[in-house]
Write a protein that binds this ligand. Sequence first.
Ligand code: IMP
Ligand code: MG
Length: 194
Amino acid sequence: MRDPNIGEILIQADELRARIADLGEQISADYAGREIQLVCVLKGAVLFVADLMRQLSVPCRVDFMAVSSYGSATSSSGVVRILKDLDHSIEGQHVLIVEDIIDSGLTLQYLLRNLRSRKPASLEVCSLLTKPSRREVDLPIKYTGFPLPDRYAVGYGLDLDQRYRNLPYVAALTDDAVRAAGGERPAPPAEPTR
Ligand code: IMP
Ligand code: MG
C-alpha cells in the first residue's frame, strides 16, 4: 500500500541518475588537475554525495558536517548550530559543499561564511535541489540539479521527521502531511509592516 503522506513524484529515480551523471562530468571538467574536498552536509545529502562522487573522474576526498537550523519541522529560521564539525582542516583545499536542497538559503549562508573563514583555496556549492521561489538570501550556487516548486519534498535523502530518506525518487508531501507536521506558514500581514 502506498504511504498516505506521499503525494506526487516530482523527480523519478532515472532522472536523478541522469542529472547526477551530468553534474559529475561537469564538475570533473571544471576541477581537472585538482583534487576536490567534498563537504557533505548530513544527513540529507548522503545519498546524493554517494552517487555524485562515483561520477567524478578527478581525485576527491569527502568529509561530513552536521548542522541543525532551529525552526518548525518544515521551515528553517537561519539560526544554525554545528552538531558535527569536519574531521579535517580544509585550509588550502578546493572545497565543494554538497547539499540536498536550498530552500530559504539561510543554512547555506551560514555554512559559506563558516567554511570561508577556514581559508580554503576555493569554495563552491553543489545542491541537488533548489526552491528558487523560497530564497531569502542571494547566494552563489555553482551547481544545481533540479529546481523544485514551493512544495515540501521527501525522498532521496530528504526527510520528514527522519522518515522517507530511503525513497529512490523525490516526492511531494501531501498538504495534510505538511499540516500535521506543523509546517503551515504564517499568513502574510494584512497591512504592510514598516
Ligand atoms: P534553508 O536553510 O531554508 O535553505 O533549508 C535548508 C535545509 O532545510 C535543507 O538542507 C534541508 O535539510 C531542509 N529542507 C528544506 N526544504 C526541504 C524540503 O522540501 N524537504 C526536506 N528538507 C528540506
Ligand atoms: Mg541539508
